[in-house]
Write a protein of this length. Structure first.
Lengths: 74, 222, 969
């Protein structure tokens, strides 16, 4: 049984007040399937921690992980 | 609370082993399952003991560390570490801003803290319901190899580290400490998973040649 | 006469422990340490099985688990691999896939029909006339197949374990052992695994009559077993390679999942057969098979043999045979120039003739077709793969040892993503680009010389060590000059065929030619049309020859043909192993014991155990009667349900209210302390996820409850959004820490009042209000709710006091007939009240507008999750609406079920989501999705039952109690 839950791709939300309906619908329903570096939400159940992992979808290697908002922190 | 007798969350799962029960901290708990010599053998080979009834106190929040320090409690240095006070009480730092304290039977620190008023923001008491176990013996590596996917043989639990991981499919906190001169493992999980955890771990423990140990073995209560 | 040889140094059998067993009804002698096949062969038994398709008699081929000639059943288990399975006292075995025994198999006539059963025959025959196809299908299924499943197979638990190490070394042959010692010297933690019963690989049998090999082996083994940093696991195979160096080691008693920091694959090579007519007769076997028989089990492969070889290995085999007194008539070398002089002389010195540039054209069977009588040896043209029958010479013998070369056991390397290249010096695929942390050593790496292999193991260990951060000096390995260990095309054409390439699937050379003629000339198509490599051996002894044949047909170099994909598992793995011990956690409430003691029928609600209903001891209530009685008690007096499974989350902090405003659809900024509000959660698409209740305990503190099934999800999403929005909020998940119970019904207040120390009158605690007080002496959080009844009190106390409070309430309510009710009654009660259940009445697409929940959505807020999507949705017409309905009064007949469709004019307009008979109302009520046009109160619609009957229903107002007034209408 896994300790981690996948939380979907990390995407920046468009400003709901200024974006068009089409832009909003694309944000809600479309996902990027192109190969390359993808930012993903992951949740560690036992400690209740959300973090973001940057994963190369071609090699399946994770280059770094960080708490959202702390990309720059070491 | 008045004199209400409560039961360990694990109680009904242990009933079939017909332990001798007793009361500690207002909670009924299994004091012994067999002769002292049998229990000692279990403890040496592979044994599990329910210590859910020890007093605990939980607090979290950005200022929780300050509040505890102000109450003269020594805190462990880093994230996911623990320390033991002179009284024997355990102070665990779960992540960065959450703390769990556990008293030995004679202490009242946790009781005092839970009765204390908290008037500051950033300090939040956590109501706890833990199932807690002591697991000991030569064969603990064999037990853990079946119920835990992380490597506990390396330095994961050295230097006062604790881990929050999944044991037998349930989120649990674990550390290794000296108790009565023996190196033992401590496991905490949500009390509602307690009966399942007891039954599952005991099942594997018995397959490996060990058995249950009562509260009296570690804390001589009369 | 026994085929057993005098005691050999290092033999694997224990002559102090003889045993007996049965094979095909015949009693056979053996020793502890024998495999089933080695004991049978020693006893002179030659027919070990019948082939899959043509039912040809078969004996040993690889004797290494690279073929399935010898598959047996012991009555309980089947497909036992006799070549490697240890024999034990009293076993009673027979070959699988026979009708009437392995010798008398009634299906052996199929071999004569083989001209009509070429590859792919089933695609072309038997389908006309269509009516006869089931007959042929049944016949073919019975004739072709392996073991029969035993449905009474006992349940044996095979626990799964985890293990961790710095280096996992797959294969404990020369290079694997050497790598292990070198890695341990670097201070690394090593797990070394080998599928054979003992470590050593070919060092345990490939002696060529020379004892120094055994010395090398013993020294290495001593170093390995005495080193505490090396854990040696034998009798287990590495099943496959998974991401991040996860390798399951499959042993007899279960699987160990090894997570290694690095992996060294030293898995060796599979010997490949040369291909000539009747190379599958019992008595014809690979060279290494004869060596294993002789040097591990002290068994003679045959009395008088011929060796045919397309590489140097045949000479080594001949020397091992000569060393134990087997008469070797000749070594037939398919190479024009034969072997180097010193190797050839070693053989001729022993009186063995060597024929260069020759081949076995065909093996001549004994009259019973189950043994070798003689071989026909001809001159051989390597370029054309043709023998010259005019030069035929007959050599009488009872067995043939055949060698042609090797194919790498590289499955794990492929699975790890290694890019291989074809090396023409060794005529073998070798690793070219290895993935990070994965290394190869020894024969699988194209290194065959023993000294070089030992060094290659050390090289790999050093590379692994450096990968882990050390800085040891690298080792270079140079391969000495030697004849290619593998022959580029060891195939002998024959007009009559039966020259086998894949022994699992009875595939001959002409099958490839025919497949290519039909257009299946690409390796993937060739594999699937011919089925080469698709049998239980998965191509271990056949894939390389298949590639070579296809390359020649297509006139392309071998590396342009490619290879098919080797997938886990390396050997077929028992499903019981894959099942192992699995964990199914359960959660129990504080009142669990009470439910069990009072007749609670417990069921799984997610991971929780909850009572569905109660059948008290002594009563004989049916489930539906129990449910109706429990519900009736709530309507007429009072009932109590254990609601401890509710999600409970404390939300603290200066941003708590602002957080809830953004998270949920409702307004919380202005919520009064002591009040409760519905907390409806949507996802970003505007779909309903959860509806709970948020109580304000203080300015900066809320106590939020969620549906039981959504507790973990809501808590997780709260955490994520707090992080994303950067708000000052602390959450505490109290789901397991608090017990909760709801006392409901007209008499509920009177019961609660006797135990509580605060005012819970209609004014003191109005609907939706929250207060803290003591119930039965315990600090409690109390709110008035109206989910199952207009008057109900939800009481939350710390878990450890749950049982005490529950029992106190049951005692207090005894004189008004309080009844515990379970989840089934709860579902009926909330239905009577007209409350939908999210995820039961709503689905993955339902938005609040469809489920009459607009009033819970504060569209005028700045932001909440799902708001933007609702703004788009509200501009469009609705597709469906969730309504409450009632069936006609006095309805009898087949009751519609949840998910039965609402149909109008042949179109689907919706479906039933909840439906139940209510004793209290004496009507059948429910929820359904209907089209917006049908959704007005009073409107009629039809539901189609399972049997196709159409049942009329009427949309009605919720709650349903108004039906009581119009009873009789």
């Amino acid at each position: 049984m896994s300790e981690f839950t996948y939380g979907g791709e990390y995407r920046d939300m468009p400003d709901p007040d200024t974006c068009t309906d089409k832009e909003w619908a694309a944000y809600v329903h479309y996902r990027n399937g192109a190969p390359g570096l993808k930012k993903e939400w992951w949740y560690h159940g036992p400690s209740g921690t959300w973090f973001i992992a940057e994963r190369d979808t071609m090699t399946d290697k994770i280059s770094r992980t960080y708490i959202a908002g702390q990309e720059e922190a070491k | 609370m008045q004199d209400v007798v409560l039961k360990s969350p694990v109680a009904f799962a242990q009933a079939s082993k017909k332990p001798v029960n007793g009361q500690v901290n207002g909670m009924e708990i299994a004091l012994s399952f067999a002769d002292a010599s049998v229990e000692a053998a279990h403890s040496e080979t592979l044994g599990i003991c329910d210590v859910s009834n020890l007093s605990r106190f939980g607090v979290k929040g950005p200022h929780a560390a300050d509040w505890l320090t102000a109450s003269n409690i020594t805190l462990p240095a880093g994230t996911n570490r623990w320390t033991k006070l002179d009284s024997g009480s355990l102070v665990m730092r779960l992540g960065n801003t959450e703390f769990l304290l556990e008293d030995q039977p004679e202490n009242g620190l946790c009781q005092t803290l839970s009765e204390a008023n908290v008037n500051e923001s950033g300090v939040h008491k956590v109501i706890r319901n833990d199932a807690a176990f002591i697991v000991s013996g030569e064969l603990t590596p064999a037990l853990f190899s079946e119920v835990c996917a992380i490597d506990l043989n390396g330095d994961a639990l050295e230097d006062n580290r604790l881990v929050m991981t999944v044991i037998a499919g349930v989120s649990a906190t674990m550390l290794k400490q000296e108790l009565n001169g023996q190196s033992v493992y401590r496991i905490w999980c949500d009390g509602t998973y307690g009966p399942y955890m007891w039954k599952t771990l005991l099942g594997i423990i018995e397959e490996l040649g060990g058995g249950p140990v009562g509260f009296n073995f570690y804390y001589k209560i009369n | 006469m026994t085929g057993r040889i005098a005691k050999k140094r290092g033999e694997w059998i224990n002559r102090d422990k003889p045993l007996t067993f049965e094979y095909e009804g015949q009693v056979v002698n053996g020793y502890e340490g024998d495999t089933i096949s080695s004991a049978l062969w020693a006893a002179g038994i030659r027919v070990l099985g019948r082939s899959f398709k043509y039912h040809r008699a078969r004996g040993l081929l690889s004797f290494a688990n690279h073929d399935v000639n010898a598959l047996m059943t012991d009555g309980e288990d089947t497909n036992i691999r006799a070549d490697v399975w240890p024999v034990s006292q009293g076993m009673a075995l027979s070959a699988v896939n026979t009708d009437g025994g392995v010798v008398k198999d009634r299906n052996k006539y199929i071999d004569k029909l083989s001209p009509f059963l070429p590859v792919g025959f089933y695609y072309k025959t038997f389908y006309k006339p269509k009516s006869l196809f089931p007959f042929w299908e049944d016949k073919i299924r019975k004739a072709a197949g392996l073991g029969k499943v035993n449905f009474n197979y006992p349940r044996i638990l095979k626990p799964k374990r985890y293990a961790h190490c710095d280096v996992l070394i797959v294969g404990a042959g020369a290079s694997g052992l050497s790598a292990a010692v070198a890695a341990a010297k670097q201070g690394l933690n090593v797990i070394l695994v080998d599928e054979n019963k003992q470590a050593g690989g070919s060092l345990t049998y490939d002696f060529a009559g020379d004892q120094t090999t055994a010395d090398t082996l013993n020294n290495l083994l001593d170093e390995v077993t005495s080193n505490a940093n090396i854990r040696l696991i034998t009798g287990a195979y590495a099943g496959g390679y998974y991401t991040d160096h996860l390798v399951p080691i499959v042993g007899v008693d279960g699987i160990t999942k090894v997570r290694a920091k690095t992996v060294i694959v030293a898995s060796g090579v599979f010997e490949q057969p040369p291909v000539f007519r009747y190379n599958d007769l019992p008595g014809v076997m690979l060279g290494s098979a004869t060596q294993r028989l002789i040097n591990r089990y002290a068994v003679k492969p045959f009395q008088k043999g011929v060796v045919v070889t397309a590489n140097d290995h045949g000479y080594r085999t001949a020397l091992d045979m000569a060393a134990v007194g087997i008469e070797v008539v000749a070594v037939i070398d398919m190479r024009r120039d034969g072997a180097k002089r010193d190797l050839a002389e070693k053989v001729t010195e022993k009186g063995i003739a060597v024929h260069k540039g020759s081949c076995i054209y065909e093996v001549v069977p004994a009259s019973n077709k189950m043994a070798v009588k003689e071989v026909v040896v001809c001159h051989y043209n390597e370029d054309t793969a043709e023998a010259d029958p005019r030069s035929a010479v007959r050599l009488s013998c009872d067995g043939v040892a055949m060698s042609a070369g090797w194919a790498p056991a590289a499955a794990l390397l492929y699975q790890a993503g290694t890019k291989m290249r074809f090396d023409y010096d060794v005529q073998q695929f070798v690793p070219d680009q290895l993935p990070e942390g994965v290394f190869a050593a020894g024969k699988v790496n194209g290194v065959f010389d023993l000294k070089a292999r030992l060094l290659d193991g050390q090289r790999a260990a050093v590379e692994a060590s450096n990968y882990l951060g050390n800085a040891s000096e690298l080792i270079t390995v140079t391969n000495p000059e030697m004849a290619s260990p593998s022959h580029p095309y060891p195939i002998v054409n024959h007009p009559k065929g039966k020259n086998f390439v894949d022994f699992d699937e009875d595939i001959q050379v002409k099958d490839f030619i025919n497949a290519a003629k039909e257009g299946f000339d690409n390796i993937e198509l060739m594999k699937r049309f011919t089925t080469v490599g698709m049998g239980p051996s998965q191509g271990k002894h056949s894939n390389m020859n298949a590639i070579r044949i296809l390359a020649r047909i297509r006139q392309l170099p071998v590396e342009k043909i490619g290879t098919t994909t080797a997938r886990p598992f390396f050997h077929p793995t028992p499903i019981g192993h894959l099942g192992g011990r699995s964990f199914h956690p359960h959660r129990y409430t504080a009142m669990h014991q009470w439910h069990v003691d009072n007749g609670g029928v417990m069921m799984e609600a997610g991971v929780w155990m909850r009572p569905a209903y109660y059948v008290p001891a002594g009563s004989h209530l049916s489930a539906s009667d129990a449910v109706q009685e429990e519900a009736m008690a709530v309507r007429q007096s009072v009932g109590m349900i254990d609601g401890s499974t509710l999600g409970k989350i404390e939300v603290f902090g200066q941003d708590a209210a602002a957080f809830l405003e953004r998270f949920y659809t409702g307004k919380f900024a202005g919520q009064k302390v002591g009040g409760s509000r519905i907390a409806m959660l949507l996802d970003e698409a505007g779909v309903m996820v959860d509806d709970g209740v948020a109580v304000r305990m203080a300015e900066d503190k809320f106590y939020v409850s969620t549906n039981s099934s959504n507790a973990a999800t809501v808590y997780r999403e709260m955490q994520r959004n707090i992080q994303l929005w950067g708000m000052q909020v602390t959450l505490v998940n109290l789901t397991g820490a608090m017990a909760a119970m709801t006392v409901a019904g007209p008499a509920s207040r009177s019961v609660v009042e006797t135990l509580i120390d605060i005012d819970v009158s209609a004014q003191g605690l109005p609907d939706g209000a929250y207060k803290e007080g003591q119930v039965a002496g315990i600090d409690a959080r109390v709110m008035r709710v109206s989910f199952v009844s207009d008057l109900a009190f939800e009481i939350h106390v710390p878990y450890k006091a749950g049982m005490h409070v529950w029992q106190a309430l049951m005692a207090a309510g005894k004189q008004v007939g309080i009844r515990a009710f379970g989840t089934d009654a709860q579902r009926l009660l909330r239905l009577e009240m007209g409350h939908h259940l999210v995820s039961h009445d709503t689905d993955g697409l339902t938005n609040p507008f469809e489920a009459h929940s607009e009033s819970l959505v504060a569209m005028d807020k700045d932001f909440f999750i799902g708001q933007r999507s609702l703004k788009i949705i509200e501009k469009k017409p609705l597709n469906k609406k969730l309504v409450t309905f009632v069936l006609d009064n006095g309805f009898t007949g087949e009751l519609p079920k949840e998910c039965n469709l609402v149909i109008e004019n042949g179109d689907i307009k919706g479906r039933v989501t909840s439906i139940s008979h209510s004793n209290y109302l004496n009507r059948i009520i429910g929820f359904a999705f209907v089209s917006p046009e049908q959704s007005k109160s009073g409107s009629r619609f039809q539901v189609r039952t399972d049997s196709g009957a159409m049942v009329p229903a009427t949309v009605t107002q919720a709650p349903f109690f108004h039906l009581l007034e119009s009873k009789g209408a």
